[in-house]
Design a binder for this molecule. Sequence first.
Ligand SMILES: [Zn+2]
Length: 197
Amino acid sequence: GGVPVISEIPTKQKIVFLTFDDGAEKDPKFVTMMRELKIPFTMFLTDAAIRADYGYFKPLRQFGDGVQNHTLTHPNLRTLGASAQKQEICGQQTKLKAEYGNTPRLLRPPYGNWNEDTRAAAASCGLEAIVLWRESMQITNMQYQRGDKKLHPGDIILAHFRGPSELKGTTMTEMTANLLRHIQEQGFTVARLEDYL
Ligand SMILES: [Zn+2]
């Protein structure tokens, strides 16, 4: 009785889904950029990364279905027992509900690491799915899991709230512009993940 684990959505449409993780970088220009572009994305937030400024993420909630769960402290869940995993996941459900008003539906396990205890904990914390990814955005390049190095319909893409100190001087908006260019070049558009689950 655990939640399903997904890395893509079955579809024939040329759409992909954007996800941004953690929450360390809080660049106001990113909020402006996404407002102007009106591109949907899903945020998976870790309390340890966002607690200095919960308010930054409030205007970004509208781009997805509220905020989603990326644990309290970003541990490798595989190294934790069942009850410790439950604390990390349910604890973040409670925090996010208190700060942002919505109860998260989706869990992204830190580093993409999970086991059967994670699936069971997620279910008992009220989550619907564990969401992994098919591509991850670096600074200018996309890292593909598949050998053909191409986007496929329904792929979920991982990016992070990262700033110049982690991106070798590149800002989060520049990284996001690079990411959107990779998507557009391959003829894909971005859809809202929560609408397809
Ligand atoms: Zn993370």
